[in-house]
Design a protein around this ligand. Sequence first.
Ligand code: SF4
Ligand code: SF4
Ligand code: SF4
Length: 217
Amino acid sequence: MTGRDYNPIDPATLATRLDALLPQTQCRRCGFNGCRPYAEALATGAAAPNRCPPGGTVTLAALANALGCAPLAPDPAYWPAERPTQDFLGVAVIDEALCIGCFKCVLVCPVDAIIGAPKFMHTVFAAECSGCELCLPPCPVNCISMQPRAETLPTSDSMAPRWRNRHLARRARLAREGEARDEARRRRRAATLKDQAQGYDIAAAIARAKARKAGEP
Ligand code: SF4
Ligand code: SF4
Ligand code: SF4
């Protein structure tokens, strides 16, 4: 069953409305590259509203309501039955004694919640961690673990808008950095071509001079 049964109208507006119902952990468990892409797929009928484990049954019902359909059972392909919803709401903690400063976790954190620089110890800014767990697989020394969210930390519900903004800011930063890298590559290539062109000109000039000299009486 897909959203095609729900008569979506004005997909962009509907996607924004649906995105506001999603928990914004940006964990990709739904099979999309973040909450907004999933919301867009829901709005166009490309995905069903039962693929977001961090949202739990509350989000599942809210999505169905917004789409004008009955709540579906969680899709086990995206929602492992052996893990209760609460399991998805922890925070990452780095064992700093084991961290080798490889920076791999920083590269994948969708909300820029990890602080550290290459070759230095890293730490998670717990108040910003969405609990997405995306930093676990890349860590080569398995020094990141998920811990229960402390009562002193903001609730994941209250953090959703902030995580959305942090994710968007990260994507914008990555885009800027990508453009800067492309520009630097273009400049280096242009400089190389110019050097080569100058090199060819000099070689041609030397050849012409030699030919002239050879033709002298
Ligand atoms: S919280 Fe995770 S599973 Fe739910 S919509 Fe966002 S990215 Fe998808
Ligand atoms: S620190 Fe890890 S679990 Fe927390 S948001 Fe970043 S990638 Fe996700
Ligand atoms: S991936 Fe693991 S070892 Fe590498 S910087 Fe992050 S926490 Fe440290």
